[in-house]
Every structure is written in structure tokens, then in C-alpha cells.
Design a protein around this ligand. Structure first.
Ligand SMILES: C[S@@+](CC[C@H](N)C(=O)[O-])C[C@H]1O[C@@H](n2cnc3c(N)ncnc32)[C@H](O)[C@@H]1O
Length: 280
């Protein structure tokens, strides 16, 4: 039984970082006309009400999107992301926050395809309803780890896979890594992105060792910390690992992540990392 609901966390600092990276990657991929496939193994509900009891209970968007929605002088990739979030709301009021599938659906074209996996029996119907009229979108109430293996390589032979787990299960970091490695074996030219929460320094270190020992090349690691471990309960940072990133991503993040630190950091221990874990 899954208990994680993204509605409690939508628009938090980790979502901001994740969706800035996601929109930057997709903006690059759509520069070529050729069709592409976007696969979201853990799609969530696709849209969230920031005024709901769930969102209010944690108030997490207050340390995330609410801090930057009206900011001036954001780097281009963040300004583009903020424009999408504003477009999802009406009358200049931040009431709602979109999920990863919605960002992807905005940026992808008619020729592209979106495959969304979501296992939660409350969130899946919301996801399905959100995209009911969009023929490019295929929603599946399945285990994204297992189902994705049958979908890759995509017929388009171009695409992005986002693995964004809830990390509820024991050893889910390894499950996510192993799934990514299997998908990469089937589709070595694809772009893959894995999100993980920074709760201590060990998880990133363990993941780095796994990637370094794997067959995968061109692995970029991005991390954003809004504080240090002792200053915040639970998650104090957000990490993303991108395999075969667009060549533009590293330079974009060298500007974007320090800006996010300056806006979202809650103390002087906030910081970021942009590091090539494995060379091309
Ligand atoms: C972090 S949330 C996803 C957020 C979403 N990607 C976004 O950025 O808006 C993780 C989601 O994965 C779902 N989930 C958990 N285990 C799953 C599995 N094995 N397969 C598919 N979905 C799963 C949870 O119900 C939850 O909605």
C-alpha cells in the first residue's frame, strides 16, 4: 500500500529544482523536429492545489515556488520555467502547481509521445483526467520500474526518461539505479534523469559509486542544498543525475543553481554542485 502523496510536497524546493532541470532538457530536445518520447516512471497526479489541506499542512511550497514566482532577473531557463508555472495559474495568483507530466506536455509537440506511469489509486485517476483530451499522452496505472522496461527503446529512438520515485520502499535507491541501468542498456542514446532527496551525504556518495562502476558514460550530477543537515528536519537538498544530458545543460545549471541557492537558501550553508561523475 503506497502512502506517499505528492500533494503534500508540490512546489517545494526539490520540485523547483527538478522541474527547472526537466524543462531545460526538454527545451533542448525539441530543437530538432524529429519526434521524441517522454517516459515518466513516477508521474504523480499531474496538478496540485496549493491551497488544499494537504499542501497547507506542510507549507512546503513556501520554501520553494512561492519564494521565486515573482522574482526579477532569473536566469533564462528559470524564467522560462516560471512563465510555465504562471501560465498554469490565473489572474496572477499562485494557487496551483503543475507536475512533471504537465511541464512535459507543454513543451512537447504534436509529433511527440508521453507515457506516464502512476501506481497510486487516488492519484492515477487525477492524472488520467488531466490528460483525457490529449492524444499524445498515455497513462498507465502500473509499476513504473517494471513497465518501463517493456517500453524502451521507444519507437521514436529519441527521448527522455524521468525516474522520480517516492523513496518509500526499503532499498528503493538501488531499485531506481538498477532500473535506470537496464533502461540504458536497451537505449544507450536516450537521456535519463534520476531524482533523489538529500537527507545525508551518504546517498549521493553511494549513487556515485554505482554510476562510476557501471557501463554508463556522460553522467552529470546536480545538487541543490538549501541548508545543512542540522538546520532542517528531513530533506535539506535535492539531487539529480542526468545520463547523456544535452551539451547545453551544464552551462545552464552553472548559472541556474547558484541563483536558486541565492533565492531558496535558508542559511549560509546553502550551496550547489554541478559535477561530471562519469566522462563521455
Ligand atoms: C515524487 S512523486 C512524482 C512527482 C512527479 N514526477 C512530479 O515531478 O510532479 C512519486 C510518485 O510515484 C508514485 N509511485 C510510487 N511507486 C510507484 C511505482 N512503482 N510505479 C509508479 N508510480 C509509483 C507515487 O504514488 C507518487 O505519486
Amino acid at each position: 500500500m503506497l502512502s506517499y502523496r505528492h500533494a503534500y510536497h508540490a512546489g517545494n524546493f526539490a520540485d523547483v529544482m527538478k522541474h527547472v532541470v526537466l524543462t531545460s532538457i526538454l527545451t533542448y530536445l525539441v530543437r530538432k523536429d524529429a519526434a521524441l518520447c517522454y517516459l515518466d516512471t513516477h508521474a504523480g497526479a499531474g496538478a496540485y492545489d496549493l491551497r488544499s489541506d494537504k499542501a497547507r499542512k506542510t507549507g512546503e511550497s513556501g520554501l520553494g515556488i512561492e519564494k521565486i514566482i515573482d522574482a526579477n532577473g532569473a536566469p533564462t531557463c528559470i524564467a522560462n520555467y516560471l512563465q510555465l508555472v504562471r501560465g498554469f495559474n490565473t489572474a496572477g495568483v499562485l494557487d496551483r502547481y503543475p507536475g512533471s507530466p504537465w511541464f512535459a506536455a507543454q513543451l512537447l509537440r504534436q509529433q511527440d509521445r508521453l507515457v506516464l506511469c502512476e501506481l497510486h489509486n487516488s492519484d492515477f485517476p487525477l492524472l488520467e483526467q488531466l490528460f483525457a483530451k490529449d492524444k499524445r499522452v498515455h497513462c498507465h496505472a502500473v509499476d513504473g520500474y517494471r513497465f518501463s522496461l517493456g517500453l524502451i527503446p521507444p519507437i521514436e529512438r529519441r527521448g527522455l526518461v524521468l525516474i522520480d520515485p517516492a523513496y518509500e520502499l526499503a532499498d528503493e535507491t538501488m531499485t531506481a539505479f538498477k532500473t535506470l541501468a537496464k533502461l540504458h542498456r536497451r537505449f544507450a542514446g536516450g537521456t535519463f534523469s534520476l531524482w533523489y532527496p538529500i537527507l545525508d551525504e551518504h546517498q549521493g556518495f553511494a549513487l556515485r559509486q554505482q554510476f562510476e562502476a557501471s557501463q554508463m558514460r556522460d553522467v552529470l550530477h546536480l545538487a541543490l542544498r538549501i541548508a545543512d543537515r542540522n538546520s532542517l528536519p528531513g530533506m535539506y537538498g535535492s539531487g539529480m543525475i542526468i545520463v547523456n544530458p544535452p551539451w547545453t545543460l551544464r552551462a545552464e545549471m552553472q548559472i541556474a543553481l547558484p541563483w536558486l541557492v541565492s533565492q531558496l537558501g535558508v542559511n549560509s550553508r546553502a550551496g550547489c554542485e554541478i559535477e561530471q561523475w562519469v566522462e563521455e
